[in-house]
Write a protein that binds this ligand. Structure first.
Ligand SMILES: [Zn+2]
Length: 75
């Protein structure tokens, strides 16, 4: 599960919450003051997942299907 970072709008505390991918801030409360007014921070982890997850055809060597990559290398 990805770790999402939130900032409390009441006290300004930053904290992290483990959530399912694509979850929003519903039900997230500040651990310091208990406020529900929190804003989600977008981490580099989340943005990299959405950027590179779609392509399936042009896997480099080292992908799970790497068996076909090195065929012919051993003689
Ligand atoms: Zn707070």
């Amino acid at each position: 599960m990805p770790l999402y970072e939130y900032t409390c709008r009441e006290c300004g505390r930053r904290f992290e919450v483990l959530q399912r991918l694509g979850a929003d801030g519903t039900g997230v409360t500040c651990p310091a003051c208990g406020a529900r007014h929190v804003s989600k921070q977008f981490s580099t982890f989340a943005s990299s997942v959405s950027a590179g997850g779609e392509k399936g055809g042009a896997m480099p060597c080292g992908a799970p299907s790497a068996a076909s990559c090195g065929s012919g290398g051993f003689t």
